[in-house]
Structures are given as structure tokens and as C-alpha cells.
Design a protein around this ligand. Structure first.
Ligand SMILES: Cc1cc2nc3c(=O)[nH]c(=O)nc-3n(C[C@H](O)[C@H](O)[C@H](O)COP(=O)(O)O)c2cc1C
Length: 366
């Protein structure tokens, strides 16, 4: 089976094609330091046989906090704890990449000491019900620099690579998207200028980690919002990134304001028709690019995962919710299991109420 064949992303040698997609854990301590609980989560995933783990979104700059108890990487004093995490995963023969993020306008003021969130433009955010403040030039450069420094810390802490969070309506996506970027300066105004923020972030990361270190991105193929990014533009963004030297792209879509069935984390995936909802987009990325493509979103059976790979719609299968429910799913799939136990109820998404992210169906059974 192709699903259990080896794969390489630059220096990362994966034992299979299964990726744990970035999943916020709510398991760092209040100051963003790694805890034993967080380490246990990742050790269990590594033991469960996944080919590559991507951590939950880690904070590169304090102005981008979108949730409590996020992993932090905005200061050198986080390196020691992060090194404990990577050591523990490597001991179990796992590979781990950290996702670097800034929430931009998708942050509630309570996480920002009452300050308004920052964004490319002051476009009202209806979910957090907040109007962000437009970023100033010097603030933009400071955030770009923070992505680079975070990547340098990730490398020092032993991560096998980094993934830029460029999807789901977070800051990088906000700059790329004409819906949230209404600027008319170096950072916005047309497609090329809207790409500048990501280009500078990418360059800052490369300046810090060099070209031998794996740098990946999660991208929206489509924002699913009027005036937002469409597939055509996303493909051009991906091509630019490929030319710059990005090592892999994870294809996702939607922002928090998209309709419920067009968001990144769609509910009630209970039939083959609803499964793998970004597969068609991933196929277009595969056709247009020559770098590894991961597809995420509602992949609920081994049969579908294998079919995606066989038909060359993606190189890698990325999963979030099924691995919250069954961290050892890869091993079970290897033994012949097909449909995942996750019922896509999205109970795990209610993380403001939950002590930490977990499968609430399993909780009910206890
Ligand atoms: C509890 C939870 C937390 C998530 N946190 C992140 C995150 O930190 N970064 C990210 O890019 N996506 C995050 N996602 C989205 C997932 O990575 C994935 O794109 C989405 O859930 C679709 O995949 P699935 O159907 O396999 O769950 C999260 C999803 C869930 C359910």
C-alpha cells in the first residue's frame, strides 16, 4: 500500500504518508511553556505510528495570541522546554515540525490584555465581534522578524522543520486575501503586493535557518467568502512559493466567517461523498506544482486515503480530528481498520470550555 511507503520532505524521512495536521492542544501552561501533558500527547502520537507530526499553532509574537495555553516560541526562554518535547518524540522514532502562527484579526481582545487585534486592514471580525487595528509598517516588519526568530528557535530546539500557518484566516492568510487586505501600499493593493508579507516572512525564516532546513506552509486553496482568495490566485501563490524554495504545501480552505460547510473544520463527515473535502483542490495543486502536497479535511477512511495517493491527488494524507480520537490510528490502519472512530461532532473544537483539547465522545463513554 502506498499509504505505508516511505516519503521524504527534504531532510525529513517519513516512514509512511500519514501526517498529523496542526491541532491546537491547550496544553501549554499559562505562559506558553511546554508541560508534561503536552509531551505525553506527542509521545502517544509518535508511538501511534504517524509519519510526521505538526504541532498545534505556536505563537511567534505576543500580539498574535488567538487562544489560551498555546505553545509559545516568541522568546529564547522557550527553547529548553521545546527541546524536551522534540527529544521525547525523536526517542519514539517520530518526526515533528512546529507550526508558526500569528492570529491577526482572529484574536479576542481578552487574549491581548484588552488591546484590539492587529490586521492588514480594519475589517470587522464577526466571530470575535471585534474591529482590528490596521498594522503600521514598523509593526509589520517586527512580526516578519518574529517569524524568522521563531524558526531559528525551532531549529535550535530540535524540530525537524517548520510550517508557516498561511491558512484559515490567520495573519498570513489575511495579508494574502483581498477580503481582509484592503491596503494600498507595499503590503496590498494588488495580488503581487498582497504576497509581499508572506514573501518577507519566508525570507526571514530562510535567513535564520538556511536552505537545508524544511520549511513548509499550510495554505487556503479558497477562502469561501465573497471577495476572498480563490483557487486561481492560490495556485499562483503556491507557484511563487515553489520558486522561492518552499518544501511542501498543505492544502486547506475556509476562514472562521465562511459558512459552516465551507470552513476548515467541517462537521458531520459521515459518508464517502462528504469525505476528503479539499481533495479536488489538492489535485489542482498536484497538477501545477512539483513539490510535496498534503491534503487535509475530512479524510475518514483508509480506503479514501489510499485512493487519494493512488490517483496522485496528493503525496501525503493529513489528519486532525481522527487522531484526537485515536492517536494510534496509523497502526490500526496498518492492521486493516478502515473507517475512523471520529464522528466529526466537533466537540473537540469547543476548546474555550474544555480544559484541554480532547475527544468529547470518548469522555461521554467514561
Ligand atoms: C481542536 C482543533 C484544533 C485545531 N488547531 C489547528 C491549528 O492549530 N492549526 C491549524 O492549521 N489547523 C488547526 N486545526 C484544523 C486541522 O488541522 C484540520 O485542518 C481540520 O481539522 C480538518 O482536518 P480533519 O477533518 O482531519 O480534522 C484544528 C482542528 C481542530 C479540530
Amino acid at each position: 500500500m502506498k499509504l505505508f511507503s516511505n516519503f521524504e520532505i527534504k531532510t525529513i524521512k517519513m516512514k509512511n504518508r500519514i501526517v498529523r495536521s496542526a491541532t491546537f492542544e491547550k496544553m501549554a501552561d499559562d505562559d506558553g511553556f511546554v508541560t508534561d501533558k503536552l509531551i505525553d500527547l506527542y509521545v502517544n502520537l509518535a508511538k501511534g505510528g504517524v509519519g510526521l507530526i505538526i504541532t498545534g499553532n505556536a505563537l511567534v509574537h505576543t500580539s498574535g495570541r488567538s487562544a489560551p495555553k498555546m505553545i509559545c516560541i516568541h522568546n529564547d526562554f522557550y527553547i529548553e522546554g521545546l527541546k524536551r518535547l522534540t527529544d521525547a518524540v525523536h526517542k519514539e522514532d517520530g518526526k515533528i515540525v512546529i507550526q508558526l502562527t500569528h492570529g491577526g484579526r482572529q484574536c479576542a481582545s481578552i487574549f491581548l490584555h484588552g488591546n484590539p487585534p492587529l490586521a492588514p486592514s480594519a475589517v470587522y471580525e464577526p466571530v470575535y465581534k471585534v474591529k482590528p487595528r490596521e498594522l503600521k509598517h514598523e509593526e509589520i516588519w517586527e512580526i516578519i522578524d518574529s517569524f524568522g526568530k521563531a524558526a531559528r528557535r525551532a531549529k535550535e530546539a530540535g524540530f525537524d522543520g517548520v510550517q508557516i500557518h498561511g491558512a484559515h484566516g490567520y495573519l498570513v492568510n489575511q495579508f494574502l486575501s483581498p477580503y481582509t487586505n484592503r491596503r494600498n501600499d507595499y503590503w496590498g493593493g494588488d495580488e503581487e503586493r498582497r504576497f509581499h508579507f508572506l514573501e518577507e516572512v519566508y525570507q526571514s525564516i530562510r535567513d535564520n535557518v538556511g536552505y537545508d532546513y524544511p520549511v513548509m506552509i499550510k495554505l487556503n486553496a479558497c477562502d469561501f467568502i465573497d471577495g476572498g482568495l480563490t483557487l486561481d490566485e492560490s495556485l499562483r501563490i503556491a507557484k511563487r512559493l515553489e520558486n522561492l524554495g518552499i518544501d511542501a504545501i498543505e492544502v486547506s480552505g475556509g476562514i472562521v466567517e465562511s459558512k459552516i460547510d465551507e470552513r476548515p473544520v467541517r462537521p458531520k463527515i459521515d459518508s464517502p461523498e462528504k469525505e476528503a473535502y479539499f481533495r479536488g483542490f489538492a489535485r489542482e495543486f498536484k497538477k501545477n506544482l512539483n513539490i510535496p502536497i498534503m491534503v487535509v479535511g475530512g479524510i475518514r477512511s483508509r480506503t479514501t486515503a489510499e485512493d487519494i495517493l493512488q490517483k496522485n491527488d496528493a503525496d501525503l494524507i493529513s489528519l486532525s480530528r481522527p487522531l484526537i480520537r485515536e492517536p494510534d490510528l496509523p497502526k490500526k490502519w496498518m492492521k486493516g481498520k478502515d473507517i475512523v472512530d471520529c464522528i466529526y461532532c466537533n466537540g473537540c473544537m469547543r476548546f474555550i470550555k474544555l480544559e484541554h483539547v480532547k475527544c468529547t465522545q470518548l469522555e461521554k463513554k467514561k
